[in-house]
Ligand binder design. Structure first.
Ligand code: NDP
Length: 285
């Protein structure tokens, strides 16, 4: 049998790209599963995005991730969109299907895959902090996964109202915007509290969303999208009050696992990917 020296290619287009640890996590998964695959972290300027996508097509890449600032702009270079990417209006994962390049959004899917083993989402009520890109992705996937009610809190009312309108007009769930101009007490009857703001992101280790911590009660699931540090001030406070907690590192791992699933069909090992991220982010000795 002759050897095959042709690797499958995947990667990421973003700018800035140097601090994005995804390549380490994805290649750790490829190695672990014995795949002759590569993940190439590419610095791509906005004016070069079209050429980069053409290059990926010409070279037969299996797919690629898009990050800041390309998640919306990439859409015009693609042949189609998955359901949630179409509703969210942003793509973080491009998948080659035959000779088509199709856009998916795995940010919210990764979040839902982290949450689904913890509780049955059907009919549940969620308080969502934030209305930016991560919050949109999370809200749309929660709604498509069967969550009944989403309270959207955001500092900027325009963005918050727009997200509530998106959920109400494009999904079966009901969403309401709540102006977030004072300390918010999580109402009884809430099943999940999600922080999808950037409050608490490294290096603001002590920053915590303006929530009445006394309203965090045992039984509530508290999830933070922030991957670094995984143990945010919110996660630590929620844990101390007996809540079930989910960190953003799990979401980051899962959105990568879903991309690998789209590209290769392989179910990548989450533990291997998480351990790699913890190592490269300096979270373990
Ligand atoms: P955006 O810039 O699109 O949105 C930021 C959000 O945070 C907005 O809702 C903004 O409110 C809010 N916000 C920021 N600072 C404050 C503050 N001081 N007080 C109140 N609200 C604030 O960012 P993204 O949505 O892309 O990312 C948000 C977070 O999610 C980041 O920390 C990112 O790391 C994380 N993330 C995690 C992923 C994962 O896989 N774990 C995937 C994607 C993102 P306003 O509209 O009022 O400005």
């Amino acid at each position: 049998m002759s050897a095959n020296f042709l690797s499958e290619l995947t990667g990421s287009f973003s700018r800035p790209s140097a601090e994005n640890p995804t390549v380490a996590m994805m290649e750790a998964a490829y190695r672990h599963h014995g795949l002759d695959w590569r993940y190439i972290n590419c610095e791509v300027a906005p004016e070069d995005l079209g050429a980069a996508v053409l290059g990926a097509r010409a070279m037969g890449w299996a797919g690629f991730n898009c990050s800041i600032p390309h998640k919306v702009a990439v859409i015009e270079h693609l042949d189609g969109l998955g359901e949630s990417a179409r509703i969210i209006g942003a793509v973080n994962t491009v998948v080659r299907r035959g000779d088509r390049l199709e856009g998916e959004n795995t940010d919210g899917q990764g979040f839902v895959e982290s949450l689904a083993p913890v509780l049955d989402l059907a009919g549940k009520t969620v308080v969502l902090l934030g209305a930016g890109g991560a919050a949109r992705a999370v809200a749309v996937e929660l709604a498509l996964a069967g969550v009944a009610r989403i309270w959207v809190l955001n500092r900027d009312p325009g963005r918050g109202q727009a997200l509530a309108h998106l959920i109400n007009s494009k999904t079966p769930a009901r969403a309401d915007f709540v102006p977030w101009d004072r300390t918010f007490a999580v109402p009884a009857g809430t099943d999940v509290l999600v922080n999808a703001t950037s409050i608490g992101l490294y290096p603001d280790l002590e920053a915590c969303p303006d929530i009445d911590l006394a309203s965090l009660r045992p039984g509530l699931v508290v999830a933070d999208a922030i991957p670094n540090p995984p143990r945010t001030a919110l996660i630590r406070a929620a844990e101390a009050r007996g809540c079930r907690v989910l960190d953003g590192l799990g979401m980051l791992v899962n959105q990568g696992r879903i991309a690998i699933r789209y590209w290769s069909g392989i179910e990548a090992d989450a533990r291997v990917m998480r351990a790699c991220l913890e190592r490269v982010l300096g979270l373990t000795a």
